[in-house]
Design a binder for this molecule. Structure first.
Ligand code: HEC
Length: 99
């Protein structure tokens, strides 16, 4: 009898995790679509995205010279650094370069 309960609880938990994973993916995907990189909001969103993702550790003006002189390398560096979404990198780099 006991193993039947354990099986049911395990199945219930498995379903719960699957549903949670699906919901999480939905939420993350829809949030990222709020500001597409090529929309006016995306182009102007560099400052906000920078403040959000990078501002706790960096001042944009400090990073500006590196971005202006070595943008391709910094762009690649940001794939693994800072946690910005792929479509946020361009607005962030545009903003930093303008500082
Ligand atoms: C949790 C703190 C933190 C956050 C958040 C963060 N950085 Fe950094 N960043 C660092 C530290 C520390 C270094 C220096 C060490 C290193 O190079 O990894 C650094 C280095 C850099 C460099 C210099 C790289 C080089 O090789 O010249 C750039 C450019 C940079 N960060 C940009 C960003 C941008 C843009 C964001 C936001 C998307 C960001 N960082 C988010 C801490 C942070």
């Amino acid at each position: 009898m006991r193993h039947v309960i354990v099986t049911r609880v395990s199945l219930g938990l498995a379903v719960l995790f699957l549903v949670s994973g699906g919901l999480f993916a939905l939420v993350v995907t829809s949030r990222r679509q709020v500001v597409p990189a090529d929309s006016p909001a995306g182009a102007g969103g560099g400052a906000a995205a920078f403040t959000d993702r990078c501002g706790s550790c960096h001042d944009a003006a400090d990073l500006a010279p590196a971005v202006r002189h070595d943008r391709a390398r910094i762009d690649a560096f940001l794939r693994t650094h800072g946690g910005a979404a792929p479509e946020e990198r361009r607005p962030i780099l545009d903003y930093v370069a303008s500082r």
